[in-house]
Design a protein around this ligand. Structure first.
Ligand SMILES: *Cc1c(COP(=O)(O)O)cnc(C)c1O
Length: 395
């Protein structure tokens, strides 16, 4: 990153950061759909492979369009280095596995994205990596779970779907005291509303599939950290296991980044308005929205986040039947387990995203039969409000 790029504010960095222009001077970023690269001479190839000259050698390692996406994400996050992956889960998997070995111990907040939980609870034990899942909202639980072999902490905040918030700075402090690493899955907060690296985390991961694309087009993921951690832990793992992002998807995500601030701002404003409306509605039994003063962790949210959320968690009065009637009655809001999209999307976690958990595990996470997660999109907020109101009345 040049000195000029470093001084840019997020909205400028997201339009111009990391741009590589070819000899044609194109305005929009070029899509380098190429697997490999050619060299003028055998000597030039030798020098490139030795690292004596800068340049690309193979798109599994690096590609100019993917590079632009990684640079732009670094500019936004304030990170030194990034590696983009083909999906959010590829990013999470590599961030967790690249720095762990048999005999290590991981502590994770139990409220996490289902596939992240599978990696920690099911996959890692096969390779001799132990874990403890804790209620991450109580900092004492993290401290109590520490063992002599604890090497990594993992959390998501706000959590899916109940939008609980975990004190990132406090967990980072515990991790640093024992020379362990804290990895934060920052998808729900977006890179604009929360800065885990500034709060003391070592590594941030994103599913770029969500707000970063934001228009439901492609999968993507990214891991960001300091250069030393990426060089020592991720670099070789990434090259030799091949979770690389397609240049076409990198281009789509670059275009998503240009409009990320305007979209997140609008979606957050609309979500806040809808949350206020739903909180007062007689058919709603519980409403959780980071940004409302009645959120159980409103003080922490004020300290840790720069704005509210684009997501709302709500419980309709009754149970599954009432929740289904409400969801089925919606005309504009679509039924989908995705989030962060221009289209408003609603999902019933107990029967979709969290169906693999036991009733007990769901209860621990606060997911009931009537719980719904609403991702607020870019439609006119009054249309959304009328849609929700009509469906609630009908239910
Ligand atoms: C969607 C999501 C993931 C996984 O991302 P994909 O791009 O679907 O692989 C991981 N963590 C969180 C919090 C998510 O919302």
């Amino acid at each position: 990153m040049s000195k000029i790029e470093k001084s840019w504010r997020p909205q400028t960095a997201l339009v111009h950061g990391g741009t590589l222009r070819s000899e044609f001077g194109e305005t929009s970023e070029a899509i380098y759909l190429t697997q490999g690269f050619v060299y003028d001479t055998a000597e030039a190839a030798e020098a490139r492979f030795k690292g004596e000259t800068q340049g690309f050698v193979y798109s599994r390692y690096a590609n100019p369009t993917v590079d632009m996406f990684e640079r732009r994400m670094c500019a936004l996050e304030g990170a030194e280095e990034a590696r983009a992956a083909g999906s959010g889960m590829a990013a999470v998997a590599m961030a967790l596995l690249c720095s762990l070995k048999a005999g290590d111990h991981v502590i994770a907040a139990r409220a996490m994205f289902g596939s992240c939980r599978w990696i920690i609870e099911t996959l890692m034990p096969r390779y001799g990596i132990e874990s403890t899942l804790v209620d991450g909202t109580d900092i004492a639980n993290w401290e109590k779970a520490v063992r002599p072999n604890t090497k990594l902490f993992f959390l998501e905040s706000p959590t899916n779907p109940t939008l609980e918030v975990i004190d990132i700075a406090a967990v980072a402090k515990i991790a640093r005291a024992i020379d362990a690493r804290l990895v934060v899955d920052n998808v729900f907060a977006t890179p604009l509303q929360q800065k885990p690296l500034e709060l003391g985390a070592h590594v941030v991961v994103y599913s770029a599939t969500k707000h970063i694309d934001g228009q439901g087009r492609c999968l993507g993921g990214v891991v960001l950290s300091d250069k030393k951690w990426i060089d020592e832990n991720l670099h070789d793992y990434f090259r030799h296991t091949g979770p690389s992002l397609s240049p076409f998807n990198a281009w789509t995500l670059l275009k998503g980044l240009e409009t990320l601030p305007v979209r997140v701002k609008q979606q957050t404003e609309s979500a806040a308005r809808l949350a206020d409306f739903l909180a007062e509605h007689k058919s709603i039994a519980r409403l959780i929205y980071p940004g409302r003063p009645d959120h159980p962790q409103a003080d922490l949210i004020k300290r840790q986040m720069r704005g509210g959320s684009t997501l709302i968690c709500l419980d309709v009065e009754g149970g599954k039947a009432e929740a289904f009637r409400f969801v089925n009655g919606l005309k504009i809001v679509k039924i989908s387990n995705n989030l962060g999209d221009a289209k408003s999307l609603i999902t019933h976690p107990a029967t979709t995203t969290h169906k693999n958990l036991t009733d007990e595990a769901r209860a621990e996470l606060g997911i009931g039969a009537g719980t719904l997660r609403l991702s607020v999109g870019l439609e006119d907020v009054d249309d959304l409000l009328e849609d929700l109101d009509a469906a609630l009345r009908a239910a």
